[in-house]
Design a protein around this ligand. Structure first.
Ligand code: MG
Length: 248
């Protein structure tokens, strides 16, 4: 038995693994193509910039109505403040391309899910895990870049904690017709330039220790970042809504 994860949880449909199964095969560990870039990747000219380092004006607290109270850090990044709760964008998005840079704490504390845990919640509901999995095994569907509780990343391409890492995410929002799911959500995730999920269908909004299940929601939703108690940093966050062909 692995020293982490669960075997008393439901079996994930289409797999033979329990939700957060510690025995599920560990994602293969690989190195990024190059050392993570020091300078932020400049957003393209049509991007909506959600955080460029100077203020949290685009964000609000999920816990208490009002401004986001995470810490602005010298050098143009923000840091999770424990117990202040998740933060989310004031703007909402449907199909979109997201660029997010994050850094796990340089000082390594804890293990498994307790090391540099945060998360990127698409539409405020669907989590792409943020975690320091550099020399830190955990249950595979909770590894860095996992579609949490559903799919492990295809590989583990974490770079060492303290350095900047990059998520580029292509999101296709689910479609509902009244109370009925018409089309599920799909996600493509690149981590440090390497694909972790390729147009992967999601089983529903993220759950802990439970099976995901769709429930109708708005066509758009905020980008949300998780306070899991660890001082994870973020910088250079931008989004480009994805339009249809021939749509200006
Ligand atoms: Mg998380």
């Amino acid at each position: 038995m692995a020293g982490f994860g669960y075997q008393d949880t439901p079996i994930i449909p289409g797999s033979k693994w329990h939700v957060h199964d510690g025995e599920r095969p560990q994602p293969r560990i690989i190195s990024p193509t190059s050392l993570p870039r020091i300078a932020p990747v400049a957003p393209p000219s049509d991007a909506t910039v959600l955080f460029e380092g100077r203020n949290l004006d685009e964000w609000e607290s999920c816990k208490t109505p009002g401004p986001a109270t995470w810490k602005l850090v010298d050098g143009g990044c923000m840091e999770v403040v424990r117990k202040t709760g998740n933060i989310r964008t004031k703007k909402k998005f449907g199909d979109a391309q997201f660029h997010i840079e994050w850094a796990a704490p340089a000082e390594v504390v804890g293990d498994s899910q307790g090391r540099g845990n945060s998360g990127v919640f698409l539409m405020g509901l669907y989590e792409i895990q943020v975690l320091d999995c550099f020399n830190n095994p955990t249950y595979p569907d909770g590894t860095t870049g996992a579609i949490y509780g559903q799919y492990p990343p295809l590989v583990n391409v974490c770079s060492p904690p303290g350095g900047w890492q990059i998520y580029d995410i292509l999101w296709k929002a689910p479609r509902f017709d009244g109370g009925k799911l018409v089309s599920p959500a799909y996600v493509t995730v690149m981590h440090n330039g390497v694909v972790l999920h390729h147009h992967q269908e999601l089983q529903g909004p993220t759950k802990h220790k439970l099976l995901a299940q769709y429930e109708p929601h708005e066509a758009v939703g905020p980008l949300e970042l998780q306070d899991h108690g660890d001082p994870v940093r973020f910088r250079n966050i931008w989004v480009r809504p994805i339009k249809q062909y021939d749509q200006p």
